[in-house]
Design a protein around this ligand. Sequence first.
Ligand SMILES: NC(=O)c1ccc[n+]([C@@H]2O[C@H](COP(=O)([O-])OP(=O)(O)OC[C@H]3O[C@@H](n4cnc5c(N)ncnc54)[C@H](OP(=O)(O)O)[C@@H]3O)[C@@H](O)[C@H]2O)c1
Length: 189
Amino acid sequence: MKEDRDQDEKVKISVFIATSLDGFIARKNGEIDWLMDADNSGGEEDYGYKEFFGSVDCLVMGRNTMEKVLSFGEWPYEEKRVVILSRALTELPQQIKERAELYSGPVADLIKKLEQEACHSLYIDGGKTIQSFLKCSLINEIILTRIPILLGEGIPLFGKLQKDLHLKHIHTKEFQSGFVQSTYEVVLQ
Ligand SMILES: NC(=O)c1ccc[n+]([C@@H]2O[C@H](COP(=O)([O-])OP(=O)(O)OC[C@H]3O[C@@H](n4cnc5c(N)ncnc54)[C@H](OP(=O)(O)O)[C@@H]3O)[C@@H](O)[C@H]2O)c1
């Protein structure tokens, strides 16, 4: 199967993620304390996450992000189909064996499979994971929340691409916390 995606395919593939102003999704050791600490809304503001999450059929996540989520003790995606990407794992951790699926093949094949299984809206999470989808031009929408902090180093959201990806800015929203959330459509060429 070719890796690039035909424009007429119907599934919508979105990224909803927060970065430091210098483009990191986590510290080098995976910590996201800076992200939690920056939200001064006392949990009142969810930055559109609930509405976004409610709109997707399936969450596709990298192994590192899965491990981070599990370290918080609860699996917060009970009602949602979740696919974990990993080439290293042969099985999922006990806690989520019945709650998620493990996948290690080409991401373009995964999209075909999910599409055939009536998934119309996908949420892609984790830096390396997002990069592997971007490399194949498999992302349609990026909702990026920039946190007013510079980390200097960390795990980057973006990486190498095989070709430029053009984005169309849809809108930008500013929050009281100083978070700035921009929505972009990826212009598939
Ligand atoms: N700021 C935010 O909003 C936000 C959001 C999500 C995550 N995070 C943080 O970001 C960190 C994780 O990001 P990350 O970039 O390290 O990793 P990631 O994308 O979560 O996970 C990377 C792993 O996923 C697997 N993988 C990725 N692409 C694959 C592919 N195409 N095929 C097969 N397997 C694939 C590989 O697992 P194997 O090594 O097992 O093969 C790879 O090592 C965590 O610290 C998390 O807390 C932050």
